[in-house]
Design a protein around this ligand. Structure first.
Ligand SMILES: [Zn+2]
Length: 541
């Protein structure tokens, strides 16, 4: 289904950029333009401007610019069509579609909408019970208070309570005109042997929202001691809830993720809420399932930096490491922060209080590969077999990083940290990659090459170098890689020098000596004189 040109023209005609932007940020007039603190990067003085006469915005801090539609796409993380629909809704334009939707499509759309309406109703019902029923107050509300949740946060996350009864929601919803079929399809009630009953009973309720903030599912925690029932249950998958695609808290986190250019990943609903209480809002959790590639893709729409918060127990950390390889494979920069033994983000945030907790995050977050290297080598120091295993583990993680330059940087660091010859590590890396490429791809093919820029830029930024020095360092690193590893196979038949020369094609080196070396290297390559040899271990130019 495509939106008709007339509809798009009508929306463009009505749309005023300042009206759209001021739905999200407060604009102040200065001269011809309007100004605000940029919603896309952290800043204290406004460098984000809107030019109503031209219908565009531009940030002089981070460079983001565009028209009303691109503003909405950027801010809400929406596609073009979705952004048009949002504007159509704002300006009351009815959307005409070019092709008539098939009856099946209309039916599917209507059904999804019915599910969402029922879920919204249920969310309101659970909230009402929390605040207004005796049971909800005595059990549900007092549990939230015990956890340190204040009224504001309970309302922000729309937390609720389900009565300990078989037909609380069922009766109420049917009395209000909801069709039991829809209630069943939305996962709210269960049908078994001609009986119908509530799925959520005697539990506190955590609604799960989609990106635009509509309720699509529920998580629920039991409070009374009952060993026959699981502590947490979740809505089943429905037409509007695909567990593998939904991250808990993302609708509240997206703006903060963008501003901080980082996303914290935690395990549970209460971890997310506790972090919000501590003033950390760029946080999400996978809801009712372990982390998937789809989850990571959702996050990467907003940032390429992910920080995983680990509970302080080593067995637990090791169990969740596999999931992280998947994040590396998606090209994100991963950092890790571990809490002291016996603490999780929720408990520790409560213990430390707002400013100490934020400081803890800032000071204890480390690069993931470095973190993993530490973790595995700590116990393996004097044990050669354990050490070998550790190295394999670490190199295996590095092998998931799809950017060859990033991989090379990590290998060098590991070789320092582990006191191992860099070339031995390279051999190991190549054999892992080769091994994996023989196996059928389990999780689809997503070896998109990415540029190492962000990681490198950040490392260099910390060292307070001038732009010229940075460029020079980058050139030096390129030369170092070329001279040492040009014939290493980085993927399938593809050699490192092929990749690098391709990347460097349009670039002119600014440091004369490196430019000269590169020229000589290319000449030697043409004469087939480049050997599998390490021409220099470190460049001390
Ligand atoms: Zn900006």
């Amino acid at each position: 289904m495509a939106i008709s040109d007339q509809t798009i023209a009508r929306i463009n005609e009505l749309t005023e950029i300042e009206e759209v932007v001021s739905d999200y940020v407060t604009l102040k007039r200065k001269g011809q333009n309007l100004w605000a603190n940029c919603p896309f990067h952290e800043e204290k003085t406004p460098s984000f401007s809107v030019a109503p006469s031209k219908g565009i915005y531009k940030c002089f801090g981070c460079g983001k610019a565009g028209d009303a539609i691109s503003f909405i796409r950027e801010y809400e993380g929406l596609g073009y069509i979705e952004a048009i629909k949002l504007l159509a809704n704002k300006y009351g334009v009815e959307i005409e579609e070019d092709q008539k939707a098939s009856p099946e499509e209309i039916q599917e759309k209507n059904q999804k909408e019915s599910l969402l309406i029922a879920l919204k109703y249920a969310g309101g019902y659970f909230q009402k019970l929390l605040w207004e029923s005796e049971e909800g107050q005595a059990i549900g509300y007092s549990y939230f208070r015990e956890r340190g949740f204040n009224d504001k946060i309970v309302k922000k996350f729309e937390l609720g309570y389900a009565l300990d009864r078989w037909d609380g929601l069922l009766k109420e919803a049917v009395a209000n005109g909801y069709n039991p079929d829809i209630l069943e399809k939305s996962g709210l009630i269960i049908r078994k042997e001609e009986k119908e009953y509530d799925r959520f009973r005697g539990r506190v309720i955590f609604p799960v929202h989609n990106l635009s903030g509509r309720v699509i599912a529920f998580g629920a925690r039991i409070l009374k001691k009952d060993n026959k029932q699981p502590k947490y249950i979740n809505s089943p998958e429905t037409e509007v809830y695909e567990k593998s695609k939904v991250l808990y808290g993302l609708h509240l986190a997206k703006q903060s993720i963008r501003q901080n250019n980082n996303c914290y990943l935690v395990e549970g609903y209460t971890d997310v809420i506790s972090l919000h209480l501590s003033g950390v809002e760029n946080v999400v959790a996978s809801s009712g399932t372990s982390l998937t590639v789809e989850h990571i893709k959702q996050i990467s729409r907003f940032t390429e930096n992910l920080t995983v918060l680990f509970d302080g127990d080593e067995a637990g950390i090791k169990a969740s490491l596999r999931g992280i390889d998947m994040i590396l494979e998606q090209g994100l920069n991963v950092r890790a922060c571990v809490f002291p033994d016996g603490e999780d983000p929720d408990s520790y945030a409560r213990k430390l209080g707002r400013s100490d907790f934020q400081q803890y995050l800032d000071t204890h977050t480390v690069d993931f590969i470095r973190f993993k290297t530490d973790l595995f080598t700590r116990n393996a120091k004097d044990d050669p077999i354990k050490k070998a295993e550790s190295i394999r583990e670490i190199i295996s993680s590095i092998s998931y990083i799809s950017d060859p330059i990033k991989r090379a940087i990590y290998l060098r660091e590991c070789s320092n940290q582990l006191q191992m010859d860099e070339n031995t590590l390279y051999a190991q890396l190549n054999s892992i990659i080769r091994e994996r490429s023989k196996k059928p791809k389990e999780r689809g093919n997503y070896r998109e090459e990415q540029v190492a820029e962000p990681e490198l830029a950040e490392m260099l930024e910390e060292s307070k170098l001038s732009e010229y020095q940075i460029i020079s360092l980058q050139e030096k690193e390129s030369i170092r890689l070329l001279l040492n590893y040009s014939l290493n196979v980085i993927e399938e038949e593809y050699k490192l020098y092929e990749f690098m020369l391709n990347e460097l094609e349009d670039l002119e080196f600014q440091t004369p000596i490196f430019a000269q070396i590169l020229t000589i290297f290319k000449e030697k390559l043409e004469q087939d004189q480049v050997k599998q040899k390490h021409y220099c271990k470190s460049l001390s130019i």
